[in-house]
Design a protein. Structure first.
Lengths: 247, 325
């Protein structure tokens, strides 16, 4: 097994407060790693450091063995790392289909060749397949902003997969999604994972979702990893229960 | 594009071709001014309406283009070359002006571009050895193209209209390519755009550069149209009035600048029946319009067309393409 993502002794401080305080882990190819932890435990900061949205204070991030610390988000994405967002992040005025094409077009050719190439950058069929896969075909021509919250979450996930990424970081994909939509989302993520052998890292609060989806779980509290293991074992771990309920 | 849209564009083009035959020279001059300023407004619509970068510098680029063409043609350079030089120079300067936009946005960016406009005005006024200072440049000749003189008002109008159509087609092409989608993404959510691999830095600079070069090309026609240019024409007033055209027409709508420029060029003239008060009436109309229809005239058309289609499908309004802010 090759590690797809390696994080070594990562730290990020804001003023005097260490939001991420020396975190190290690695994710192997094909794994679905869950990261859980109470609010303010540093999960999102960790994600943002890995994804280049924030520059870590110290430590190192490697993707496929290549050092990516401090790389710009757009360059990282073109290396095959994509993400979804905790809060809704689609392009509301673009159609659902255009949202998907946009999510793949920067991986096609160069800026100049895109100007003179096809309007859909050759991604029309791929977008239609993805719409079909996430059962959003019915809304293809509608502005993304007109979809319901749950549907936008699905679209957000579909966008993350559009360029055929090696590694996908999902930031609370289940947040605010109703149960029917949630099981649909989980089932789609599992289907994609099985089909493409992609590697996922998932931040999530919704325990059932994590238990059903993830192969391994890390628990973060106050910027540090306090437990790690199979989902069922982590759930019974007294240290974890303490961290969630202790305050 | 819908069938209705194509019909509306066809009728508008036929009107634009026929109108000068029913007008006196001053009317033709106004129509030419409309065609010339539409080019600049189209550029600003790209930078502001599509890519979401506020700019109060478009008038300065019209000035740079106008002075480039005036100086070069008076130095013996053929008009066609001077025209291209004006576009290229403004592309480069526009690219450089884009750098502040990588650090600041919204009203802060407005101030940066406002300062640039003042800077250009001061250079045009003070560098007398080059620009003639406050006396400006006189007697700018209208070009002769392949033996066809554009000296007459009617001929120059058709020339300007032709350039406008060609440039509009080029911009249409660019906006329907993946670039158009990328510009809108930049406007709507730059962080999300970067996360799907979009090089926001490069697209921001490109939006500024292309928008500014259209300002320059507009200026390259403005100089031979008015035949006398002076620094005051390109001070902040012109940038504001180009901004007004984009907003009144409908920012982010492809045909917004066409409508906006028509309103901004013709309406004050029609208002002359109000005599001394015509600019006051005009200003009041703009205020009322902004209060009740902030998305501009095409935004209003879009809204009415959508209301007329109860199933909420996308409306066939002209130029109401997906991108209204």
């Amino acid at each position: 097994m090759n590690p797809v993502l390696q994080v070594a002794d990562l730290r990020k401080s804001f003023g005097g407060i260490a939001a991420v305080d020396g975190v190290s882990f690695q994710v192997d190819e094909g794994e679905i790693l869950g990261i859980i932890g109470p609010n303010g435990s540093g999960k999102s900061t960790l994600f943002n450091c890995v994804l280049g949205q924030l520059t870590p204070s110290s430590g190192e991030v490697r993707v496929d063995g290549r050092r990516t610390t401090g790389m710009r988000p757009c360059d990282l994405n073109r290396l095959g790392v994509s993400r979804t967002f905790q809060l809704l992040q689609v392009f509301p005025q673009l159609s659902v289909r255009d949202n998907l094409i946009l999510a793949g077009q920067e991986h096609q050719g160069s800026m100049v060749s895109r100007l003179f190439g096809r309007a859909d950058a050759g991604l029309g069929e791929g977008a239609d397949r993805m719409l079909d896969f996430f059962r959003l075909s019915h809304f293809a021509a509608q502005p993304a902003g007109s979809l319901s919250y749950g549907q936008q979450k699905l679209l957000d996930a579909a966008m993350a997969f559009m360029a055929g990424p090696r590694l996908v970081l999902l930031d609370e994909p289940a947040g605010g999604v109703n149960l029917t939509m949630l099981s649909h989302l989980r089932e789609r993520l599992q289907a994609y994972h099985a089909e493409r052998k992609a590697t996922f890292v998932v931040i999530e609060h919704q325990m059932e979702f994590v238990m059903a989806l993830c192969t391994r779980v890390l628990v973060l509290a106050e910027g540090r990893i306090i437990a790690e293991g199979a989902p069922a074992a982590v759930r019974r771990n007294p240290v974890v229960i303490e961290a969630y309920l202790g305050h | 594009m819908t069938r209705l849209g194509a019909v509306v564009i066809g009728v508008a083009l036929a009107l634009a071709l026929a109108a000068p035959f029913f007008l006196k020279p001053f009317g033709i001059y106004l129509l030419s001014m409309w065609a010339v300023l539409t080019i600049a407004a189209m550029g600003l619509n790209l930078t502001l309406g599509y890519a979401g970068q506020v700019s109060l510098a478009q008038g300065a680029f019209v000035g740079i283009g106008a002075y480039t063409v005036a100086l070069l043609t008076q130095g013996g350079v053929p008009f066609a070359l001077a025209f291209i030089a004006a576009g290229l120079l403004c592309f480069i300067v526009g690219w450089m002006l884009g750098y502040p936009a990588l650090r600041v946005s919204h009203h802060y960016l407005a101030f940066v571009t406002l300062a640039f406009t003042t800077l250009v005005f001061l250079v045009l006024r003070n560098e007398q050895w080059l620009t003639g200072g406050i006396y400006g440049i006189n007697g700018i000749m209208r070009p002769v193209l392949f033996g066809w003189s554009t000296g007459k008002a009617l001929h120059f109008y058709f020339f300007s209209l032709g350039v406008l159509v060609v440039l509009a087609l080029a911009i249409w092409w660019m906006l329907r390519s993946p670039w158009g989608r990328a510009f809108v993404a930049l406007r709507e959510n730059p962080i999300r755009a970067a996360s799907v691999g979009l090089d926001t830095r490069r697209y921001t600079l490109m939006a500024f550069a292309v928008g500014s070069s259209l300002g320059g090309l507009s200026g390259a026609l403005y100089a031979p149209l008015v035949q006398f240019i002076e620094p005051g024409s390109f001070a902040i007033n012109m940038s504001f009035s180009l901004l007004l055209m984009v907003i009144v027409g409908g920012s982010g709508y492809f045909f917004g600048p066409f409508v906006g420029a028509l309103v901004a060029v013709l309406l004050p003239e029609w208002m002359r029946i109000a005599e001394g008060y015509y600019l006051i009436v005009y200003a009041a109309l703009v205020m009322v319009m902004m209060a009740f229809c902030p998305t501009g005239i095409l935004g209003l058309v879009d809204r009415l067309a959508k209301a007329a289609m109860p199933n909420g499908r996308s409306a066939p309004a002209i130029g109401a393409e997906r991108t209204a802010p």
